[in-house]
Ligand binder design. Structure first.
Ligand code: NAI
Ligand code: SF4
Length: 433
């Protein structure tokens, strides 16, 4: 079997069709057929269909989508909201941006179906501020959908009303955390709220709210048309359907590869044209930098939620960053930590202070001034951040630290024992104390 047969283009299938972002082209390619079908069904049947499909959130956590929709209280007299988290910001993650750029109507169509299922008459797409082109495409798609009668009052004569707003954020990583996102949408500084209560009961404007990732919502029209059994025919028993894997780093053809969940890293690297000449796989992230690094020995790990967890990491956003024997895990971890330190919202002490200090320890080690005690300090600091932070950002920041120390301690020792030339200059060290 050719490795290319491992590709299962579903969400990506229109990406190469010219002008698929225009409604006339989208409709020629089956577009809005699912919305027309769904609006003739009972909302509860749609929730049951999504539950049956086993669809799990594509934003990183993999929470069952149908279950989340089912949490929305019924007949509670409150407005309900759908909020699409399009604030993709996890380092290495780049699957939602091309989807919104090449196929924005699939997200609009998913919003219509999901809003109808959860009885919401208002939906928001919260998109990263930097994603200017994608936001432009989305706004144009929303305007086209209004004009064609897929949004607004009495959609397609069904009596269902839906307004959809595209809201651009201002580029803070923390606003991808769902409750910070809701605060930002309400006009406040984006900082995480205490959970529980979860947005399902106390979300936007304290009303029941479903917050779903772009890929999750864009999957819905395909499930409505193809059925739960078809969706489940791809992937594994507990991780159903296709997934967009974003491959970057030391491979010949970086990009988006949509395959059934459970494909292995070895197969993905083959799909991506193999490792670059002269490079041997050394370490990789299964799903962005917040997921523990894995090593070359994990190359045959199936990339589904359960198998990656069994290997000691998290599937996360399926942002698969590939590093080679010519890359340094200590330096990579330092760069990620600088990111977390910069993006920490400052609300809680373990994350705000812990990341600050860990960055300084890394600068010391990478400048050739590290000590053996620094390794204990890193582990101790990470231990005091993990599980003691207010939101997932703090926890995620510890992943590359502990996993790189687990698999690549010798790389740290090489700096400490002066066996390796310092990666950072004395100038960087000046900020380390
Ligand atoms: P989580 O597991 O706490 O929650 C996942 C979802 O399930 C949320 O929408 C939450 O409201 C809902 N939920 C969980 N338990 C619930 C309950 N008992 N009742 C009602 N709803 C419930 O995960 P979290 O903190 O929302 O997200 C963490 C993930 O985000 C990480 O795994 C990471 O991979 C990913 N991430 C993604 C980024 C991106 O750019 N896509 C950026 C940073 C992190
Ligand atoms: Fe803010 Fe970090 Fe605390 Fe999250 S863990 S609330 S980002 S300081």
């Amino acid at each position: 079997m050719s490795v290319y047969e491992k590709l299962t283009p579903v969400l990506t299938k229109r990406w190469l069709s010219p002008d698929a972002w225009r409604i006339d082209v989208y409709e020629q390619l089956d577009g809005y057929a699912a919305a027309r079908k769904a609006l003739k069904s009972h909302p509860d049947d749609l929730i049951a269909l999504i539950k049956d499909s086993g669809l799990r959130g594509r934003g990183g956590a993999g929470f069952p989508t149908g279950l989340k929709w089912g949490f929305i209280p019924q007949n509670d007299g409150k407005p309900h909201y759908l909020v699409v988290n399009a604030d993709e910001g996890e380092p290495g993650t780049c699957k939602d941006l091309p989807l919104m750029t090449h196929d924005p109507h699939s997200l609009v169509e998913g919003c219509i179906i999901a809003s109808y299922a959860i009885r919401a008459n208002r939906a928001y797409i919260y998109i990263r501020g930097e994603a200017v082109h994608a936001a432009r495409r989305l706004r144009s798609a929303v305007a086209e959908a209004y004009k064609a009668g897929y949004l607004g009052k009495n959609i397609q004569g069904t009596g269902f009303d839906l307004d959809l707003v595209v809201h651009s954020g201002a580029g803070a990583y923390i606003c991808g955390e769902e409750t910070a996102l809701l605060d930002s949408l309400e006009g406040f500084r984006g900082q995480p709220r205490l959970r529980p209560p979860f947005p399902a009961t106390h979300g936007l404007y304290a009303s029941p709210t479903v917050v779903n990732n772009v890929g999750t919502i864009a999957s819905v029209p395909y499930i409505v048309l193809g059925g739960a059994a078809w969706w489940k025919s791809m992937g594994t028993e507990k991780s159903s359907g296709p997934m967009i894997y974003s491959l970057s780093g030391r491979i010949n053809n970086p990009g988006q590869y949509e395959c059934s969940m459970g494909i292995t890293l070895r197969e993905l690297i083959e799909l991506a044209g193999g490792m670059q000449a002269g490079h041997q796989l050394k370490f990789w992230t299964p799903g962005g930098s917040s997921t523990p690094l894995l090593a070359a020995e994990h190359i045959d790990t199936a990339l589904d939620f359960e198998s990656v967890a069994a290997a000691g990491s998290i599937l996360g956003t399926t942002a698969t960053q590939i590093f080679s024997d010519q890359d340094c895990p200590v330096y990579a971890t330092y760069r990620w930590l600088e990111f977390y330190h910069h993006e920490s919202c400052g609300k809680c002490t373990p994350c705000r202070e812990g990341n600050y200090w860990m960055v300084r320890v890394y600068r010391r080690i990478l400048s050739g001034e590290g000590t053996y005690e620094d390794l204990d300090t890193l582990l101790d600091t990470a231990d005091n951040i993990l599980g003691r932070s207010f939101c997932g950002l703090g926890d995620g920041a510890t992943s590359p630290v502990t996993s790189s120390l687990q698999y690549f301690k010798q790389d740290y020792l090489d700096y400490i024992e002066r066996k390796k030339a310092p990666m950072l200059s004395a100038k960087a060290l000046a900020g380390a104390h």
